[in-house]
Structure formats: C-alpha cells, structure tokens
Design a protein around this ligand. Sequence first.
Ligand code: SAM
Length: 222
Amino acid sequence: SDSHFPVPLCPGQFDYSLHYPQLFPSSSNNGCVKKIQFADIGCGFGGLLVSLSTLFPETLMIGMEIRDKVTEYVKERISALRTTNPGQYQNISVVRTNSMKYIPNYFEKGQLTKMFFLFPDPHFKEKNHRRRVISPHLLDEYAYTLAVGGIIYTITDVEELGEWMESCLDEHPMFEAVSEEEVKADPVVNLLTSATEEGQKVARNGGKTFRAIYRRISPSSS
Ligand code: SAM
C-alpha cells in the first residue's frame, strides 16, 4: 500500500540531490532554477527515459512507477548506465509512487512540458474505468501541472482504451489535438513504440497501436 513509500508534502520538498546527484551535488532543490520537465507516468522498465535522456540531455525527467521491484530495476538500470557512460544519463530518474494520487506533491503548477502515458493498464470493466490513468478528473490535474503549450502523449494497443483516452482529451477544455504535421515532425513520437518495452512487445506481435497527442492550451485560446 501507499504507506510503504515516502511522498513529498509539496514539490519543494522533493530532493533533487538524491535523484540527480551529479547535477545537484548537495542540498535539495530549494532555490534551484532547474526543475523536472518531463514525466513518464507508469514508466515500467524505463526504456523511454533512457532514450529521451540522450535526445534531451539538458532536460530533467522522471519516471513514476507503482511497482516496487520494477522501480528498483529502473534505478539500477540508470545507475549502471551512469557508471558505464560517465557524464551521461544524469538527467533521468525514477520514483515509486501512485501517480493517480500524488502528482501535485511532485510538480508545481505549469512545471511540466511533456507527460507520457504509454500503454497504461486498460481496466476494461466499466466499474473499473475510474482506475484509468486518463480520466476527466485526472486531466484537470495534468492540465494544472503542464505548462501552456506542454504536450501529453498517450498510446495503447487496446482500441477501446485508445478511444476513451482520445475522447477524454477531446472533451477537456484545456487540451487541443496536436496536428498530424506536428506529430510527424516530433522526434519523440517514434519513441512511443520503439523505446518502450510494451511498444516493442506490440511491434513484435504485429499489433496495432492507437495514439492521442494533445497540447495544453490556455482557456482563452480555445
Ligand atoms: N509505459 C511502460 C511501457 O510502455 O513499456 C509500461 C507500461 S505497463 C503496461 C503500465 C505500468 O503502469 C506498469 O508498470 C504499472 O505498474 C504502472 N502503473 C499502474 N498504475 C500506476 C499508478 N497508479 N501509478 C504509477 N504507476 C502505475
């Protein structure tokens, strides 16, 4: 249960020096300008973070994962990469948490520029839809956490879930669909399937995927 992992009381209490020791050698992030900008929600084994790390070496990123063993695996994976590639992979980390409850404890209003929800658990039964990581209520929280212009990436191999995520985003006043042109030009989009463990599995099995990529807009621009 949640009692097994510590949660910061507010974003200012999140200790950057524990997660990015080379970039924040001593104290916590109090007074530091640089903050986490990308969050991979339900990051699984961390493949996306590892790929994004070298693509955006100046950006701080975090994976959020609820399973203890999986989180430990990602920690060790990052630690090994840091050891074998000195100076690299310093900008990625992982935290064990329940993202459905604690996002506001980690990020301030408008802090994030990208959020990823890649191959989330489908929760098929109607009574379990409230457990889905994309929902009208949780989108309010994500809109709060994302900067205006920030992008939310979702992908799944479950058609019904894909339709659900797209319709939640479509109906939300703080999000608009990113145009096909922009999607094509965005170097991150291919990584949604090629860099994630789940995406690789779907590709191996020749499965279809369903993407919904949306931008956080300001209320007045809609
Ligand atoms: N995104 C990864 C990928 O594409 O390879 C992993 C996808 S996996 C199917 C979904 C992940 O979300 C699992 O690792 C699961 O433990 C995690 N998860 C589910 N609910 C969560 C929650 N409330 N908070 C954080 N992680 C969660």
